[in-house]
Design a protein around this ligand. Structure first.
Ligand code: GDP
Length: 265
């Protein structure tokens, strides 16, 4: 029995070392680095450059409670462990985005994705288009992962939080408008991409490398508008939630993001 017990405990300990990873993506300037710094302040401090991906370990701050620990008492070691997570910050700069996309191509350890975006930047067309293109590609990667899955059960669900940051700025769009604007802009990205594929396809007619347009179409087919709710079919819920990581020299308020993270833990 002691041997059995030992191996049971050992296996339990080994399993609990799989700390969930949250992937942080989004255009540069959105506030990813600021959020990473805020999150890691709960644990250790590390220096950080934004040209390479960086993993920091963090703790869900109280009073937020991981969804998996609602029935546990504070002080229970499993309760404390369940508050741990890893934050994988990726460079948002266009040329460095392969760090993020390579993670998305094989996201088996990724519990959820945080897409951080400057809600004031989105009020301008250029900022909106950049964010929409990036988010479109993130969601399309998740859709590919789902449609290419071999098992009939489908891969593990990966939810996405669109963290609409910089709500302290008076030019920031409120979260509900960030959602509407992104959905509209993604609808346009989708049409532009389809047209580009059709043009390329016409040029390549008869070529075996022809791209399957349907597989590159995000969400539902047809002429309708893109909506985040269409992603539920591929196991991805998308929530748009406002927050602000910093305001001037003060610490901001990202309580609603922590609450969302708590639901994934
Ligand atoms: P990243 O490129 O996504 O990593 O963005 P950073 O974290 O480097 O942030 C870009 C700039 O936005 C920095 O100057 C931050 O101080 C600033 N910033 C981040 N969060 C907020 C916020 O909530 N409000 C305001 N006003 N500025 C912010």
């Amino acid at each position: 029995l002691p041997i059995l017990l030992h191996s049971f405990l050992y296996r339990k300990a080994a399993a609990s070392t799989n700390v969930p990873t949250f992937l942080l993506v989004g255009p540069s300037g959105g506030g990813k680095t600021a959020f990473t710094t805020l999150a890691e302040r709960n644990t250790t401090t590390q220096t950080h450059t934004s040209t390479a991906p960086l993993t920091v370990s963090a703790l869900l701050p109280s009073p937020h409670i991981p969804a998996s620990s609602h029935f546990r008492a504070p002080g229970d070691p499993q309760f404390e462990r369940s508050r741990r997570f890893l934050l994988l910050d990726t460079p948002g700069h266009g040329k460095l985005r392969h760090f993020a996309t390579s993670q998305l191509a094989d996201p088996k350890d990724v519990r959820a994705i945080l897409f951080v975006v400057d809600a004031a930047g989105i009020a301008e067309e250029a900022g909106l288009n950049e964010a929409a293109e990036y988010l479109h590609d993130v969601l399309l990667s998740l859709q590919h992962r789902y449609t290419r899955a071999k098992s009939s059960k489908g891969p593990k669900d990966i939810p996405v939080l669109v963290a609409a940051n910089k709500m302290d700025l008076f030019t920031a769009l409120p979260a509900n408008l960030v959602k509407i604007q992104l959905e509209k802009a993604i609808t346009e990205v989708r049409s532009r991409r389809a047209k580009a594929l059709r043009d390329a396809g016409a040029a390549l007619a008869g070529n075996e490398d022809e791209v399957d347009e349907e597989k590159e179409w995000l969400g539902e087919g047809g002429e309708g508008a893109f909506e985040f709710s269409q992603m539920r079919e591929i196991g991805t819920t998308v929530d748009v939630v406002g927050g602000n990581v910093v305001s001037g020299k003060d610490v901001g308020d990202v309580g609603a993001w922590w609450a969302w993270l708590a639901e994934q833990l």
